[in-house]
Design a protein around this ligand. Structure first.
Ligand code: MIC
Ligand code: SF4
Length: 773
């Protein structure tokens, strides 16, 4: 199909392999007797390495959902600087000379926001030069596109340059599904999964179930795409999307912009969904044309109109359907501390009083990978203009993090940046900054013990995430609501109905924001130093990748030891209480600098976790009762050859794709993680690093086990030999300190390959065994 379209060279590695995908889709139609397929199934299954094998015995495609493991070949990989280091260190250990699929690296997480773009960027380049150089030399050597510091945030750059309808990509970041806004199946993974794609090893995923999300009506007034997803996160909760792809449909979809769809897909990560996706439509075409990729739109048109690809079939069945009427949707404010605590704006003032949330807001922050589109910012500028005309200034610090150099330069050209800056807003680098703890606040001490609240247009709000302070409450909402709140500074203010007093005794009321979907004059390229040198494949094996053994930032990886073939015998080191996200397991902020140094970063292992038995954070007790911080005791037990188990509750590892949350426990001598339930990416990351992630068959057993108890597997040897692709049950003997013992049942979800990772010590060890065989 691409042959009928004139694809310029610069798009060759970017256009999805439509011919192959269509051939596969038609094959699947034959194998399944033309049963209706969802959009997600069409795109996902057309990326199967062997559709015949998958559908050999099953003719109903929906029958494999939630059950069968799929082997897939993604088209592309994207990595951000914090996670790329481990991904590449693992890739290096495979000894391969180039990547099997196009890939990109984005330097966005390591830039601290403080004074504003220019100074912050200089500073970041200085403090992170070793890491940026390492990433750049890997990019040169293996033929990866390198987007340097200040170029923008991974998901925004991917949307503007690489995402495309029907593409399948993996990204080493949980918000990779942002690319679903442009019709791609984009999945967040740990670095070891990215290595599968980079080495051309089939990538495994349990066939997701599909949740249909029907949008009707049309947004109006203050409501924005962000409110669609903050409402959904409130309804579904942080676990509600686990194992699902959210597939949007309905008349309402057509009324939204492509960047708005991306915001919705971005935060699908907050319900634990595998990814989210929208059908190909006019807004996609407009965005592809505006971003200089018309030939992709032309090819997508043919794939849609002549082959029925890129949309769901009529009569398709979803595993579940939810519906939202956009016409009735109010702005929502989600938080604090969890993205699923959702309050409509009309109830916010009352709710915040009842809960004793701080009434004075301390800062407003807009932008990030979630909300820095032209549409977002032009609507924000409209509000700022209204307030400025009335003589109002922001009452609290107001920060903007643009998502990319392209969007920043366009906002600058169109006077939007000026509007924001004239009002007093501080424009930070095109980077993650305060969204991921890279925020040096000038307005309060970092260890302030008083609660304070910030309003952000970001996507995540776990404790201590933004400024490292556990007392900072982060409320997530649309950039429009953040902006309006900044001019009031008061949690009681409802911009839809309330007024702000003016010095002259009069009052000011905002009109609902207005903006443009796309810039009328097209996008501005911006400063060329922020673009990859050469955005094409082309390896250079001459490039030496040197890692200084003295470095405290980078450390080459030592392979983990293979399993010794015996039953596990471990002690419980910690029983975690309640929410335990990857931010609790492997904190970000100041620790981000050690992302390429496994030993150093491991000193943060589980320091945010709360001990169920004592209520303390980062405190555990040795067998003799002596207190330690959590990593301290892990290191001690590692040195004593005492392997350990962590017990925890639901959705363990919620949040990010951070594989350090699996690597560090493994490195410090952990063997088993026994919980009530897991978040998908984290469970896979644990399997990839050779840990044993298991869930209680009976949740009540969590209450029967204490720290220090001996945990022994009884039939692991058997399980490893016999279990197929559908997981299995493990018998575990628990011996209490007083010598009493009992047996409980635990479940695992490992496929045959994942059992092989466990046996080999890690997925990377296993891939190496395969490549050497
Ligand atoms: C996040 O938003 O939590 C991060 C920081 O982008 C992480 C990635 C990481 O920790 O490296 C994510 O979302 O996966
Ligand atoms: Fe960066 Fe925040 Fe987006 Fe993660 S969620 S990629 S930290 S901006």
């Amino acid at each position: 199909l691409a042959k009928h379209i004139n694809v310029p060279k610069r798009l060759e590695s970017i256009i999805p392999p439509y011919s192959k995908l269509l051939t596969n889709m038609h094959k699947i139609r034959e194998l399944t007797g033309n049963k209706p397929l969802t959009l997600a199934e069409k795109i996902l299954y057309s990326h199967l390495t062997d559709p015949e094998e998958t559908f050999a015995t099953i003719s109903d495609p929906s029958a494999i959902r939630g059950k069968q493991y799929l082997k897939l070949s993604p088209d592309r990989v994207a990595m951000q600087d914090a996670s790329a280091q481990m991904a590449l260190l693992q890739f290096i250990t495979t000894g391969l000379k180039q990547t099997s699929v196009p890939a990109s690296i984005h330097c966005d997480h390591l830039i601290v926001g403080k004074e504003g773009e220019r100074l912050d960027l200089e500073q970041a380049k200085g403090t992170n030069s070793e890491v940026f150089n390492f990433l750049q030399s890997c990019a040169k050597k293996y033929g990866i596109s390198f987007w340097g510091p200040g170029s923008g945030i991974i998901h925004q750059i991917v949307l503007e340059n690489y995402s495309a309808p029907g593409l399948m990509m993996l990204g080493t970041d949980s918000h990779t599904p942002n690319a679903g806004g442009l019709g791609a199946i984009a999945i967040g993974v740990g670095g070891a999964d990215a290595v599968d794609a980079l080495t051309g090893t089939p990538w495994e995923l349990k066939a997701p179930r599909i949740m249909g999300v029907k949008l009707t009506g049309q947004l109006n007034g203050w409501s924005s795409p962000k409110d669609i997803i903050t409402k959904i996160v409130g309804d579904l909760t942080v676990r509600g999307g686990t194992g699902f792809i959210l597939e949007y449909f309905g008349e309402g979809v057509k009324t939204l912009s492509c960047t708005g769809l991306a915001t919705i897909c971005n935060m699908g990560a907050e319900v634990g969904a595998t990814t989210s996706i929208f059908p190909y439509q006019d807004a996609h075409k407009r965005f592809l044309i505006a971003t200089n990729r018309k030939p992709i739109a032309d090819a997508a048109d043919i794939a849609l109109n002549e082959h029925g690809f890129l949309k769901a079939d009529a009569g398709v069945e979803y595993d579940d359907v939810i519906e939202i009427n956009l016409s009735d949707l109010e702005p929502h404010i989600n938080g604090p501390f969890t993205p699923d605590l959702s309050t409509p704006i009309s109830k916010y003032a009352e709710t915040s009083k009842e809960n004793n949330w701080p009434q004075k807001i301390s800062s407003g922050l807009i932008g990030s990978c979630t909300n820095s589109s032209y549409q977002d910012m032009s609507r924000v500028a409209d509000l700022v203009n209204q307030a400025s005309k009335a003589g109002l200034k922001p009452k609290i610090p107001f920060y903007v993090t643009p998502g990319s150099e392209q969007i920043r330069a366009t906002l600058e050209r169109d006077g939007i940046m000026k509007t924001l800056q004239n009002s007093g807003a501080i424009v930070l680098s095109n980077a993650c900054g305060p969204c991921i703890g890279q925020w040096e606040r000038n307005d309060m001490p970092p260890d302030s013990t008083e609660t304070n609240s910030i309003f952000t247009s970001f996507n995540r709000n776990f404790r201590a995430r933004n400024d490292g302070n556990r007392n900072t409450m982060n409320f997530l909402t649309s950039p429009e609501i953040v902006t309006a709140m900044v001019f009031s500074g008061n949690a009681q203010f409802n911009p839809l109905t309330d007024t702000i007093p003016l010095p002259n005794g009069q009052t000011f009321q905002f009109n609902p924001p207005k903006g443009d979907e796309l810039p009328n004059r097209g996008f501005e390229h911006g400063r060329s130093e922020f673009y990859p040198e050469k955005d094409s494949k082309g390896t250079n094996n001459e490039v030496e990748i040197s890692v200084n053994p003295e470095s405290d930032r980078l450390q080459l990886l030592e392979p983990f030891k293979p399993w010794n073939g015996k039953e596990l015998r471990t002690n419980v080191i910690l029983k975690v209480e309640g929410k335990c996200t990857t931010d609790h397991i492997s904190a970000a902020g100041v620790w981000l600098k050690y992302k390429g140094h496994l030993e150093n970063i491991s000193y943060n292992t589980l320091i945010g976790a709360q001990n169920k038995e004592t209520g303390e954070v980062n405190k555990v007790y040795d067998i003799d009762g002596k207190p330690y911080d959590i990593p301290g005791l892990m290191i001690k037990w590692k040195n004593e050859n005492r392997p350990w188990t962590v017990l925890a509750e639901h959705n363990y590892g919620e949040g990010s794709a951070r594989e350090h949350a699996a690597l560090s426990p493994r490195f410090l001598g952990g063997q088993m993680i026994l919980v009530k339930s897991f978040a998908r990416i984290h469970e896979t990351n644990l399997k990839k690093q050779g840990m044993l992630p298991v869930t209680f068959a009976d949740e009540a057993d969590y209450d029967k086990i204490s720290s220090g108890d001996l945990i022994e597997t009884l039939n692991l040897v058997d399980m490893v030999e016999k279990d197929g692709n559908n997981g299995g049950t493990l018998d575990i003997k628990v011996t209490k300190r007083d010598g009493n013992s009992f047996v409980i049942k635990a479940k695992h979800t490992m496929s045959k390959d994942q059992i092989n990772f466990f046996k080999a010590g890690s997925a990377i060890n296993y891939i190496k065994e395969l490549k050497e065989a």
